[in-house]
Design a protein. Structure first.
Length: 271
């Protein structure tokens, strides 16, 4: 019995180390991992299959990647560790748009999750979400009237996803919707996965005020599927390191708020 437990613990530790290494290198071949961790190629492939099934890595021929591509999004766990300072800056700017008594809808992006933590200090709110991380955050809060939406659970996104006709989202009208997405350019927003696009579009339609939160690593790029035009958002919150040219172009479609990471007062550009 002890040998079984020891083997399981060793496998768990090795897989955690593999995950850390892949995140550091962004993409790695299976043969390189076998050499680094002194395990057979078959053992490494079993580890990678397990990590991929849990949505922590993306497998490709001969190796794995932890980073999103234009076709696939990385897992929620991985995204949660990236660009933390930028996400905190965006959240500090976004929280200025929320007042006690409001109804707020938030999507399953890790960027918006940073805002969700600040909502706990606002006072009474109604919060609607499909993100398990946010559900866990709000479920015991006496000030949050929590409404959970969605359908089937996605391990990769750690959220509940359903077709628009099955989500029940068309019954809600909220004061503000906060979202982030994979990429955007001056006129269009994008995401790698069509089912996520459909869910986000339906959520967006519920908001009187519709706010997009994007750090500079997501701006000026595209992904496989078009989400919505930038003009579908009333407000776009960007980190202040986005190029002035892109800020001006985005400002033609929506109110732009610049989130400063230096603590200085951010500017706004009105469409």
């Amino acid at each position: 019995m002890n040998n079984v437990v020891s083997t399981a613990n060793n496998r768990t530790l090795r897989q955690r180390e593999i995950l850390d290494y892949v995140q550091l290198m962004t993409s790695v071949g299976a043969a390189e991992l076998a050499e680094k961790f002194n395990r057979s190629l078959m053992t490494i492939h079993r580890d990678l299959d397990d990590l991929a099934a849990r949505g922590l890595l993306r497998k490709f021929h001969g190796g794995v990647s932890a980073l999103p591509t234009s076709v696939f999004e990385s897992s929620s766990d991985f995204r949660m560790q990236r660009n933390l300072g930028a996400k905190e800056s965006l959240a500090r700017e976004a929280i200025k748009l929320v007042e006690p008594g409001m109804s707020v809808m938030i999507d399953d992006s890790t960027t918006v999750l940073t805002l969700a933590r600040l909502l706990l200090d606002i006072g009474h709110l109604t919060v609607i979400t499909n993100y398990r991380q946010a559900i866990d955050l709000f479920v015991d809060s006496p000030d949050i009237n929590l409404i959970v939406i969605g359908g089937s659970y996605s391990k990769t996104h750690d959220s509940f996803i359903a077709a628009p006709s099955q989500s029940g989202l068309d019954t809600y009208a909220v004061d503000v919707v906060f979202q982030s997405t994979s990429t955007m350019d001056a006129l269009m927003t994008y995401h790698q996965e069509q089912d996520i696009v459909l869910m986000k579009r339906t959520m967006l339609q519920a908001g009187t005020r519709r706010v997009l939160m994007m750090d500079s690593s997501k701006v000026g790029h595209t992904s496989l599927h078009r989400f919505v035009p930038v003009s579908d958002f009333t407000d776009v919150i960007l980190t202040s390191d986005v190029s002035p040219e892109l800020v001006d172009a985005i400002g033609e479609s929506a109110i732009v708020h610049l989130a400063s990471r230096s603590g200085k007062t951010p500017a706004s550009v009105t469409s």
